[in-house]
Write a new protein. Structure first.
Length: 156
């Protein structure tokens, strides 16, 4: 099982880095690519045809066609990460959210590459009990932090 991260431009690398970091931390195999739905559709198709990939994470800004393009080429889950750009915020979000019926793209928040990686791990964890345990441990630790913060503020 592998996650494939695809970004529309090398300039998206820093925004997509948290996805790779999280997958590495969780011990999930992944690859990263730069491909453009508009400039290199043949490369997008080549990447999408990788039989080892279980889940795709696709980050794109502006027209943000990349996640939808990948979804059109595969029946595997595609998680879209709308990326902010110098032109604003809403364009990429709407491009990824408003997919036609039958070609879904699971969508996370703006610049939320880490959440995309967490979602990818949740998909993989359906078949990987060790990964499911790691995810549950993280959730338990996050809940415990909130409880500790609550206790601390309640006694101030």
């Amino acid at each position: 099982m592998k996650v494939t991260i695809v970004m529309g431009s090398i300039s998206d690398k820093d925004k997509m880095k948290p996805a790779a970091e999280y997958l590495k931390k969780m011990g999930v195999s992944y690859t990263q690519h730069v491909a453009s739905a508009h400039r290199t559709p043949d490369l997008v198709e080549e990447i999408t045809n990788d039989s080892e990939t279980t889940v795709f994470i696709a980050g794109a800004g502006m027209a943000a066609a990349l996640p939808g393009c990948i979804a059109a080429l595969t029946t595997k889950p595609v998680i879209g990460v709308p990326l902010s750009s110098k032109y604003g915020l809403i364009d990429s979000m709407l491009s990824i959210l408003q997919m036609p019926p039958g070609i879904p793209v699971l969508t996370v928040g703006l610049d939320a590459a880490k959440n995309a990686a967490i979602a990818a791990c949740e998909i993989l964890a359906v078949y990987d009990n060790k990964l499911a345990e790691k995810l549950q441990k993280e959730r338990n630790e996050a809940a415990e932090k909130v409880r500790n913060d609550n206790e601390q503020i309640s006694t101030e």
